[in-house]
Design a protein around this ligand. Structure first.
Ligand code: UFG
Length: 335
């Protein structure tokens, strides 16, 4: 039987998009997810879902043996920046310690291929944009630090044990599967595009714009928003690179252009024809004014060609997903 890739956190937002992309490409997978924030329905029917914790060595041994795992994609983890400031140790446990357990299992079973979900948060508040992969890493919150520590473990385990890795540093991931199979369903939304969609649909009173006095053209922060389906494709390419025997890589995932908070709101209003209720508020602690990726390396090294590089498409898919969740909830409440 052909080997399977173990996807941790496959019931979550990005992991579930990757499982669908793998299934579309005919690549067999198995996922471990504790369903703490993920949803069972997000996992494609063809993929076995093992409910449990990535921090359990015994569970990892069992799944790796039973499914003939030859490669790992590691998504499971915590991702809310302000929460990481309040509960740093939980972040080091869920992100760094769990990754250590997973790397240990890879070495124990002779698995030499791992794709890792890292983040632009490892760059902290960069001095220059666009940010390339050689820019200094200097995280400004425990979330970014917990991911950077895993990057360091991967580098060292690569040198000592031949574990090859592709580290993907995500910029601002948004949007949803164009076919509507999955999307962002985390109970507590903090990310701009999801929050703006919820405000537009009346699920919250208003979007609060965090800061209008930044040194940017319209005074609001600029981010490099990338469609989750393009990000999923990058993961499939990273896996194929490693399976071909390719070397370890660190790659930014972004389009190389930024949009401000106001531009995001305007785009959502133009695709929906409705107004986003918004209030102008103070800055949120720890937000750098601009985060824009230098986008050349991933195209060169993986041959990645984005298919959804448009803010309109990102917000349109995010909004239809949010509407779908709304209907689901209405269906449940009505039942
Ligand atoms: N924003 C608002 N109102 C909101 C939410 C966000 O104005 O209700 C603004 C933020 O201030 C920021 C921009 O929208 O300027 C984007 O904020 P998000 O919370 O959507 O995303 P971040 O840029 O803060 O976070 C992203 C990733 C993190 C990563 C971080 C690195 O989601 O995983 O970049 O700085 F750590």
């Amino acid at each position: 039987p052909s080997s399977r890739v173990l996807v941790t956190g496959g019931a979550g937002y990005i992991g579930s998009h990757v499982l669908h992309a793998l299934a579309d490409a005919g690549i067999p997978a198995v996922t471990i997810d504790n369903l703490s924030t993920g949803r069972r329905q997000a996992v494609p029917a063809s993929v076995p879902l093992v409910e449990g914790d990535v921090g359990s060595p015994a569970l990892l041994d069992e799944v790796i043996r039973e499914h003939g795992v030859d490669a790992v994609m590691h998504f499971a983890g915590s991702i809310v920046v302000p929460e990481s400031v309040e509960k740093p140790l939980a972040y080091y446990r869920n992100n760094t310690v769990s990754s250590l357990t997973l790397l240990d299992a890879c070495v124990r079973h002779g698995i030499d291929k791992l794709v890792f979900s890292s983040t632009a948060a490892v760059y902290g508040a960069p001095e220059r944009v666009p940010i390339d992969e050689d820019a200094p890493t200097a995280p400004i919150n425990p979330y970014g630090a917990s991911k950077l520590m895993t990057e360091q473990m991967l580098r060292d385990a690569g040198a000592a044990h031949g574990l090859r890795s592709v580290i993907l540093r995500y910029f601002n991931v948004a949007g949803a599967d164009p076919a509507g199979r999955t999307g962002q369903a985390t109970p507590v939304a903090t990310h701009l595009i999801k929050v703006a969609c919820q405000a537009l649909l009346g699920q919250r009173p208003a979007l609060s714009v965090f800061g209008t006095d930044y040194p940017t053209p319209d005074g609001t922060c600029i981010r490099d928003y990338i469609h989750v389906s393009d990000l999923a494709d990058a993961h499939v390419l990273a896996l194929l690179h490693l399976r071909r025997g390719g070397d370890s890589l660190i790659l930014n995932c972004g389009y190389g252009r930024g949009a401000s908070v106001r531009e995001v709101v305007r785009t959502l209003e133009s695709v929906s024809g409705e107004t986003v209720p918004a209030t102008l508020g103070p800055r949120r602690a720890g937000d750098p004014p601009q985060l824009v990726s230098a986008a050349a390396r991933i195209r060169e090294r993986l041959g990645w060609v984005p298919k959804h590089d448009s803010l309109e498409e990102i917000v349109r898919s995010a909004l239809s997903w949010e509407r779908r969740l709304d209907q689901e909830r209405a269906g449940r409440d009505g039942a």
